[in-house]
Write a protein that binds this ligand. Structure first.
Ligand code: NAD
Ligand code: UGA
Length: 443
């Protein structure tokens, strides 16, 4: 059992903390958002993540998981400190590292205070970047700690990037494809070997910069794969081929692989868009122009506009037309709408003066904060009523179970745009819908 501290109790921090507690470690999670901490203590999980509430509850009940808003308390009570705060994009699109910097300064202050209280006692901490950060961040963390702490404090810096996906985060923690650990001391390495011992997967120990790069390179590659298949989808539309078939044929080649070849309205979320952008910027700073990734961004952007183009192809003028939006979250099984494609599609449709009605199983409350004045309902049939067109923007499984016969009767005109190519178009056509997918050949 190790004493683990987590700073930042968000999607990554809370999941990581709860999962380490589940493995029997003593974990203290910290967030400077007091309201959030109070909620979590009362088992109100601030975002939707399947299975998270249960393991948080279990951790608290076993006395293995606790919460605080004090970084000092975390530093005092843990040997390993994971920094899991946000690294959002700046206006320019770089990674905003000010949260990581603030936390580093707070850690330095806490270390100084602890040392002053007990100067004779050995003080060692392993400080781990869990947040996604550009290469060289660890050097800034090290420099800052060295500058702001007195001598006699031993610490190691490590980079242990996170690869979990929202919606399957708990499973991803316990069954990852790999764990990447950038650590450059034996002492630090031993601690990692111990805490990740129960997890059965390749564990790759690297230097810190390589670990930082692995994260940006991986997320950018995933984005590239999505944009690649979206470009192929657009070609399919021009030549009358079917991207689903093409993707299947490509994906069977094990060197390519079938994952992340789902064509649609492009990637969203709090990670891929910002990480591609941050990677382009850090490459620019070191003198490499990553034009390939710039193209990936352009294709992604185009996919959103494609929805408007398709809507116009079906409805002619969008002004005054009633359009039902099904799916607001950036992907299924989450209420997260950060950089969700739906935000931009809604914006473009509003510019066209369409009348919007929106439904999502989990994300309505979040979207209301951005667009308070459009119509939302928890009832998908009320949303479909009187619509000229339904646009599916998130591939929630439950959408497949909708009563489309009833939906067709409720709509003014039976048009569907499937932005995720996940609906059974043959069935929809048999009901009399006019169906449009992305790069699909509709016979
Ligand atoms: P998040 O916004 O959900 O959580 C970050 C938390 O940090 C917030 O609760 C915030 O209040 C807290 N925080 C900010 N400053 C703080 C401070 N000074 N002291 C204490 N707490 C502070 O973000 P997230 O989605 O968990 O992402 C965190 C990092 O992990 C990012 O770098 C992200 O790129 C990376 N990441 C995210 C995912 C994902 O699926 N969300 C997956 C892998 C990596
Ligand atoms: C992504 C990565 O998959 C995780 O490994 C990583 O840890 C995380 O970013 C991160 O660094 O934060 P996540 O953002 O949760 O995870 O979601 P993904 O499942 O990767 O989906 C991202 C977006 O791409 C979604 O909008 C999804 O709909 C879209 N997508 C995904 C496609 O359009 N096509 C696909 O084939 C796959």
């Amino acid at each position: 059992m190790r004493k683990i501290g987590i700073i930042g109790a968000g999607h990554v921090g809370l999941v990581t903390g709860a999962c380490f507690a589940k493995l029997g470690n003593k974990v203290i999670c910290c967030d400077n958002d007091r309201e959030k901490i109070e909620k979590i203590k009362n088992l109100i999980i601030p975002f939707y993540e399947p299975g998270l509430e249960e393991i948080v509850k279990e951790g608290i009940e076993k006395g293995l998981l606790s919460f605080t808003d004090s970084i000092y308390e975390v530093v005092e009570n843990s040997e390993i400190i994971f920094i899991a705060v946000g690294t959002p994009p700046t206006e320019e699109g770089k990674a905003d590292l000010s949260y990581v910097e603030n936390v580093t300064i707070e850690i330095a202050k806490a270390l100084t205070k602890i040392k002053e209280k007990n100067p004779q006692k050995e003080l060692y901490k392993l400080i781990v970047e869990k947040s996604t950060v550009p290469v060289f961040t660890s050097e800034w963390v090290r420099k800052t700690l060295e500058l702001l702490t007195p001598t006699g404090i031993e610490f190691d810096i490590a980079a242990n990037p996170e690869f979990l996906r929202e919606g399957s985060a708990i499973n991803d923690f316990f069954h990852p494809d790999r764990i990447i650990i950038g650590v450059e001391s034996e002492r630090g390495k031993k601690i990692f070997e111990e805490i990740y011992e129960p997890i059965n997967c390749p564990k790759i120990f690297t230097d810190i910069k390589s670990a930082e790069l692995i994260k940006h390179a991986s997320n950018s590659f995933l984005a590239l794969k999505i944009s690649y298949i979206n470009a192929i989808a657009n070609i399919c539309e021009k030549v009358g081929a079917d991207v689903e078939v093409v993707a299947e044929g490509m994906g069977l080649d094990r060197r390519i692989g079938k994952e992340f070849l789902k064509a649609g309205i492009g990637y969203g979320g709090s990670c891929l868009p910002k990480d591609v952008s941050a990677f382009i910027h850090i490459c620019e700073e070191i003198g490499y122009s990553f034009n390939l990734l710039k193209e990936v961004q352009k294709i992604n952007q185009y996919q959103r506009q494609l929805i408007i183009k398709k809507a116009k192809d079906l409805l002619w003028n969008l002004k005054g037309k009633i359009i039902g939006i099904f799916g607001l979250s950036f992907k299924p099984n989450t209420d997260d709408i950060r950089e969700a494609p739906s935000i931009e599609v809604i914006n473009l449709l509003l510019k066209e003066k369409a009348i919007l009605k929106c439904y999502d199983p989990k994300a309505i409350e979040n979207m209301k904060k951005i667009y308070p004045d459009i119509f939302y309902s928890e009832d998908p049939y009320l949303v479909a009523k009187d619509c000229n067109l339904l646009v599916f923007l998130t591939d929630w499984e439950c959408f497949k179970e909708l009563d489309f016969k009833k939906i067709k009767e409720l709509m003014q005109t039976p048009y569907i745009i499937d932005g995720r190519n996940f609906l059974n178009y043959k069935f929809l056509k048999s009901l009399g819908f006019v169906y449009r997918g992305i790069g699909r050949k509709i016979d």
